[in-house]
Design a protein around this ligand. Sequence first.
Ligand SMILES: Cc1cc2nc3c(=O)[nH]c(=O)nc-3n(C[C@H](O)[C@H](O)[C@H](O)COP(=O)(O)OP(=O)(O)OC[C@H]3O[C@@H](n4cnc5c(N)ncnc54)[C@H](O)[C@@H]3O)c2cc1C
Length: 394
Amino acid sequence: MSTNATPGEVPEDLTKRVTSFVDHQVIPVEHEIETDRELLARLRGAARAAGVFAPSAPTEYGGLGLSMREQADVLEESGRSLLGPLVMNCAAPDEGNMTLLEHVATPAQRERYLRPLAAGDARSAFAMTEPAPGAGSDPGTLTTRAVRDGGDWLIDGRKWFITGADGAAFFIVMAGTGADAATMFLVDAGTPGLSVGRHIPTIDAGFTGGHCEVVFDRCRVPSSAVLGEVDRGFANAQVRLGPARLTHCMRWLGVARRAHEIMLGYVVKRELFGSRLADLGLAQHLIADNEIDIAASRSLIRTTAATLDERGRANHETSIAKTFVSEAVGRIVDRSVQLCGGQGVSHDLPLARFLAEVRPFRIYDGASEVHRWSVARRAVRRYEATRTGGTTHG
Ligand SMILES: Cc1cc2nc3c(=O)[nH]c(=O)nc-3n(C[C@H](O)[C@H](O)[C@H](O)COP(=O)(O)OP(=O)(O)OC[C@H]3O[C@@H](n4cnc5c(N)ncnc54)[C@H](O)[C@@H]3O)c2cc1C
C-alpha cells in the first residue's frame, strides 16, 4: 500500500482522520486552487501522508480498498470541501471509472489504466451522452457506432457533457456495436480521430477538465481496447453506475452539511427582533428541516451502500437514494442560503457556489424523473408478481 493506512483499521478512526484532514489542510486553502497551480500536488502529498488518499481504489493498486459502507462516511467527510474529493482522489468521474476498471477490465488493462488512475498520475472520462437525437436519458438512442475493421475497431460519433475530458489521459467510450447492443472501449487521449472540443459552460465549475464535447472521427482502436465483452456495454456499465450514483450522494451530502454548518454559525450570532435568529420559530423550522434531510439522506446512503456490498447490485435502492439525496442536498443548501440573508447569495460565503454545484446532480447519473419512472415500474411489477404468485427482483 502506498498510504499510511493501517490494514484492518477501524473505519471510524479513518473517518475522523479525513474530517481532520479536510478541516485543517483543505478548507483553509480551498479558495486558492484557481490561482496556485502547485496546490493540488502539495495537498495530494499531504493526503497520502495522512493515509486518506484513494479511499475507493483497491489496495493492490495503492488505494484504501474501502467497502461501499465504509466509503459512505469517508466520502461524506471528503465532500465538506469541493476540493476534498479531488485532493483525496475520490472525485467523479475517476472514482467511478476506478470501480468499473476494477471489476470489468483485464489484468493488462488494469495495469495500464487503473494503476495510474489510483495513484493520481492520470485523469479519465466516461463518454456516454450525445447531443439529440443521441443518447441522454434513454441509452437506447445511442448514435456513436463502432465497427470492426480488420483486427481493429473504428469509432464514429459525437459526445457531449463529458466531465473531465480536457486533460484526461483516456476515455471510456460507449458505442453501438449491434442493433440493440453497445460496447465500451478504452481510448487513449491523442489517438488520431479523437478530439476534445468546447467546454460547455454550465452552472457548476467544480470539476477539473470541464464538461466537454468530444468527437470520434474514424477513431481507430485495437481489439485490446474493448472494455468488458463486445455487445455487453450496457450491462457492464451498470457495474459503474449504481456505486457511482451513491458515491456522488456521499460527496454532495458533505457539501450540504458544510452549508448547514456555515448557516448555523450565522444564525447563532445574528440578533434580530430582540432575539437570536436561531431562536425564531420560522428559522428553527428551516434548521430542523435541514437536520431531517441530512439524517434521512445519510440513512438511505448507508443502507443502500450495505445492500451494494452484500448483493453487488441494488438498482432499485440506488435509484431511490439518488433521487432523494440529489433533491435533499439542494433543499439543504437553499435553506442555508436563505438563513444567511444577503451574505447567503454573495460570494463572501461559499453557499451560492454550493447551490450552483449541487443543482446538476438532479440531472446527471439519471434525472430524478427517470429514476422515479424506474422506481414506480418496479413497484408495480412487484405488486403484480405478488398477486400472481411470482417473484421479482430489483
Ligand atoms: C454537469 C454535468 C456533467 C455530466 N457529465 C457527464 C459525463 O461525464 N459523461 C456522460 O456521458 N454524460 C454526462 N452528463 C450528461 C448527463 O448524463 C445527461 O445530461 C443526462 O443523462 C440527461 O440527458 P440529456 O441531457 O440528453 O437530457 P434528456 O435525455 O433530453 O432529458 C431531459 C429531461 O427529460 C426528463 N425526462 C427524462 N426521462 C424522463 C421520463 N422517463 N419521464 C419523464 N421525464 C423524463 C428529465 O427531466 C430530463 O432532465 C453530464 C451532465 C451534466 C449536466
